[in-house]
Ligand binder design. Structure first.
Ligand SMILES: [Zn+2]
Length: 284
């Protein structure tokens, strides 16, 4: 845990200049730094503010009709929808502009969920209620990789991705959602922009071509066969490969989705705070 000066954070929302994190003097000896998302925790007027990248919420939050679906499914909870804004002070300003002091549920476009409350237990209960309401009635079973593909990957620098990510390549509907540009910031930070699609029948050649992509892609899909990640993947890469499978399995078939634009991607990739998060993951 990193202590922060919440009132200084809130006051700084009205100022321009770089995002600051306001660790009080004498508290900064630790190498840890507060998340770039700390400012909305400080600014929302509740004792408890929980923020998660809930996969059921993201599956809704990437949809072009997310605002309508939030009103339908979470309207009785007073939920508000905030279209995608880069995490940090700009997002906090957008959240404050769209919410009221009584707002307890906020769905962040192409990002995640915020729930607020008076105490940790009731706030977690609210979070679980929202997440459960957004879960589809049935989820596809995770599938293993095509065994022949797994054998062929053994001689390369790549290995099968987690089981939850395999349908991204094996299910045509999921491939349609997974095969485009980035859906949410964590994916970009840990796996690179979008995914790589194998475009060569020879697996070794396909992996070598994928490894040459710049910026790097760490999730490689072999349509109809399976999904692979580099053998040197850290815990964050494995988790985010699984997360894409978890999210895409929950997107309503036929839904139109919003994706991050190249400008939004560049904005995130040049950002020191996200690079810091990435380096923390690499060290774990
Ligand atoms: Zn977040």
């Amino acid at each position: 845990m990193v202590p922060v000066d919440a009132s200084a954070l809130t006051e700084a929302l009205d100022q321009d200049g770089p995002d600051a994190t306001f660790v009080p003097d004498g508290e900064s000896a630790s190498a840890l730094r507060p998340s770039i998302e700390t400012s909305f925790h400080a600014a929302l007027p509740w004792p408890v503010v929980i923020h998660t990248h809930c996969v059921a919420t993201i599956a809704l939050a990437v949809r072009a009709d997310a605002q309508t679906v939030v009103a339908e499914k979470l309207g009785d909870l007073g939920a508000v929808f905030v279209p995608y804004v880069k995490p940090g002070r700009d997002l906090t300003r957008a959240i404050l502009a769209r919410s009221a002091p009584a707002t307890r549920v906020i769905v962040l476009g192409n990002h995640g969920l915020i729930c607020c409350g008076d105490d940790p237990v009731s706030t977690e209960t609210l979070l679980r209620t929202v997440s459960a309401r957004l879960e589809p009635h049935a989820l596809p079973e995770p599938r293993s990789i095509d065994p022949e593909l797994a054998d062929q990957l053994a001689g390369t620098d790549w290995m099968p991705a987690p089981a939850e990510a395999q349908p991204l390549a094996r299910d045509p509907v999921q491939l349609g959602f997974a095969g485009g540009a980035t859906l949410y910031p964590d994916h970009l930070v840990f796996l690179g922009p979008g995914v790589a699609i194998a475009d060569h029948d020879d697996v070794r050649t396909a992996t070598e071509l994928a490894a040459r992509l710049s910026p790097p892609r760490r999730l490689l899909l072999f349509p109809g066969r399976g999904a692979a990640i580099p053998k040197d993947s850290d815990a964050g890469t494995k988790a985010l490969a699984r997360a894409l499978g978890d999210v895409v399995a929950r997107i309503a078939p036929g839904a139109e989705v919003n994706r991050l634009t190249p400008v939004q991607e560049a904005d995130l990739l040049n950002w020191d705070a996200e690079a810091y998060r990435r380096s923390l993951s690499a060290a774990s």
